[in-house]
Design a protein around this ligand. Sequence first.
Ligand SMILES: NC(=O)c1ccc[n+]([C@@H]2O[C@H](COP(=O)([O-])OP(=O)(O)OC[C@H]3O[C@@H](n4cnc5c(N)ncnc54)[C@H](OP(=O)(O)O)[C@@H]3O)[C@@H](O)[C@H]2O)c1
Length: 257
Amino acid sequence: MASYVEELFSLSGRVALVSGASSGIGRHMAATLARAGADVVLVARRADRLAEVEAAISGAGGRAHALSADLSQRDEVSRVASEGAQPFGAPDILINAAGMNPRQPPDDVSWDVWDATLHLNLSVPFFLARALIPGMRGKKGGNIINIASMQSYRAFANGAPYGASKGGVVQLTRAMAEAWSADGIAANAIAPGFFPTELTQSIMDDPKLSAYHAEKTAIGRNGEMADLDGTTIFLASRASAYVTGQVLPVDGGYSAT
Ligand SMILES: NC(=O)c1ccc[n+]([C@@H]2O[C@H](COP(=O)([O-])OP(=O)(O)OC[C@H]3O[C@@H](n4cnc5c(N)ncnc54)[C@H](OP(=O)(O)O)[C@@H]3O)[C@@H](O)[C@H]2O)c1
């Protein structure tokens, strides 16, 4: 008999679709979901990177399928939703981790950069989720996990479009919960602190800046990828059955101090 902990947290029999799965947080979360038993569809532009992630998950005994797509193109969102249901059936876990941060001084931000950032970070999570909702309804439930940010709540330098999009992600998460929770589909977000990825490389490569942010946390260090695992599995699993519309900071206490 499965232990109660397994019953609560196991993702066996579940199908996850993870955007931004070619690197950083999305890549790590995809592997985490697979380790917890889910079959995972991996979405991003770089096919070679996705193939690596697929091979790593398969090599560890899991099942994954790479689906290359450029989510800056509106039509790709519906293609991802339909092709994403082919390998393992309809996804009932969605992680919206594809994102960008142009880090430009506000005086230099063009309309095009603004639109691209808001599109990828805020519009794609909504439209991708909406495209997967019929499949989740068919399976009588699902879990959507958006990726917010400390910039959802506070301004950092050169973060106008990024911060605006991430502030929007918090409200989008509430709106998704309001719309779909009655169908058994929970929507929550994780707000990470500073984690070492391509997106934060310029900060992590600067010893002063990296130490500055580590010192701003209560724990005294920046994030390590494994710090995300428990929260990811919790928000994807039955363990969080009565949690929806919420944002969970995983930031070492940065936002608490
Ligand atoms: N790292 C942190 O400390 C931190 C903190 C707070 C929030 N976040 C958030 O976490 C999420 C993941 O970021 P990360 O730090 O892991 O950065 P990352 O390593 O740069 O990952 C970004 C992902 O988005 C994908 N992507 C970018 N443009 C895309 C497009 N047009 N179509 C499809 N996929 C696209 C990239 O894949 P391709 O280039 O292959 O398309 C990549 O897989 C983002 O939403 C970010 O805002 C990160």
